[in-house]
Design a protein around this ligand. Structure first.
Ligand code: DAH
Length: 344
């Protein structure tokens, strides 16, 4: 007698574990367990052969099998219908969260450049953007760089094909000439942009890079103004404790000229391989605009004075983000680029 109980129990198990995975399989399930000729029905006839005291239990077990089959079939039917609806896009769930859209990230050179622009714009410097393809005059002559200056050498400068006067600018100082010949003082600009030099590409140098130029011309602009402006910049960029050091230098377009170092922010000036154990890192070139440059650009050097500075971006970005090869900045490898996040 126990046998028939076992048969029904096995049946219930089969129903519960069945996983019909196609419309045909679900139909087979329906025919087998809930259709008019289902296999549960005939079992009720067995009740005749069951002793009275067990009949009630058997009836309940059969009922359980019937219910299990019906609810399983209902469930299969429901999930089939909702699947079809989804596939046809009939029912849109407007409350569902959107698919996450992967966000891009800014290039470390852009982040660094934007920080510099932001710092100077807070003290009234206006961004001036100019052409990358320049003429000889704006890039060199106006900037007091004589004909025989080594910077003009074909080895450093990319000239346009068949041209002796059109070139790719070698520095953003060309923007100084563009601005001074078209605007009247007071002038207070910063000029971010790309520059080109015919250099062998290595981990430390590239044939293209970025600079930010600064120019301030007004009456009575002094070296003290330059120094204070650069101190402000250095402390905003590298922290309030940052010190600056100006070393006498030479540039054709400034007199006097200087190079500015900042105290190494990586080792707190204690000495590391970034500052080559000197405690100082060179950041920019600067000076008082040479009166001859003002005159070249049509500004009266007896009435006006000014200061200028120019800095490379890549080296600063490399220090800020601990990047040890400049080529990474130009290869556009997303695995590298996606590491940089910034609000700027
Ligand atoms: N143009 C220089 C360079 O590319 C950098 C520079 C130095 C710019 C001194 C300046 C300056 O405006 O005053 O190396």
């Amino acid at each position: 007698m126990a046998e028939i109980f076992q048969t029904v129990e096995q049946l219930i198990k089969d129903i519960e574990t069945a996983q019909p995975d196609s419309i045909e399989a679900i139909e087979q399930f329906r025919i087998k367990y809930v259709g008019s000729k289902n296999i549960i029905k005939p079992l009720s006839k067995e009740i005749r052969n069951i002793p009275n005291e067990q009949r009630k239990d058997f009836g309940q077990l059969l009922n359980k099998a019937k219910k299990a089959a019906e609810s399983k079939f209902q469930h299969l039917k429901d999930s089939l219908e909702s699947g079809v609806e989804e596939a046809e896009g009939e029912e849109l769930d407007l409350s569902a969260p959107p698919m996450p859209i992967p966000l891009g990230s800014r290039h470390p050179v852009s982040i660094t450049m934007n920080r510099i622009i932001d710092i100077f714009s807070r003290i009234g410097f206006i961004v001036a953007e100019e052409r990358e393809i320049e003429d000889d005059w704006h890039n060199f002559t106006a900037m007091n760089t004589p004909e025989d200056h080594p910077a003009r050498d074909m080895q450093d400068t990319y000239y346009l094909k068949d041209s002796t006067s059109m070139l790719l600018r070698t520095h953003t100082s060309s923007v100084q000439a563009r601005v001074m010949t078209t605007q009247k003082p007071p002038i207070r600009i910063i000029a971010p942009g790309r520059v080109y030099r015919n250099e062998t590409i290595s981990a430390r140098s590239h044939c293209q890079f970025h600079q930010v130029e600064g120019l301030y011309i007004d009456k009575d602009v002094s070296f003290a103004d330059l120094k204070q402006t650069l101190l402000y910049f250095a402390q905003e960029m590298y922290g309030a404790e940052t010190k600056i050091r100006l070393r006498p230098s030479y540039f054709p377009f400034t007199e006097p000229s200087a190079e500015m170092d900042v105290s190494c922010f990586i080792c707190d000036a204690k000495g590391c391989n970034v500052c080559k154990y000197t405690g100082w890192v060179e950041i920019l070139g600067c000076g008082m605009v040479d009166p001859q440059v003002l005159e070249n650009c049509g500004i009266d050097s007896k009435e006006y004075t000014g200061f200028a500075f120019g800095m490379g971006i890549e080296r600063q970005a490399m220090m800020l983000y601990d990047i040890n090869d400049i080529r990474l900045l130009f290869e556009n490898d997303v695995r590298f680029l996606k590491q940089f996040q910034s609000a700027l």
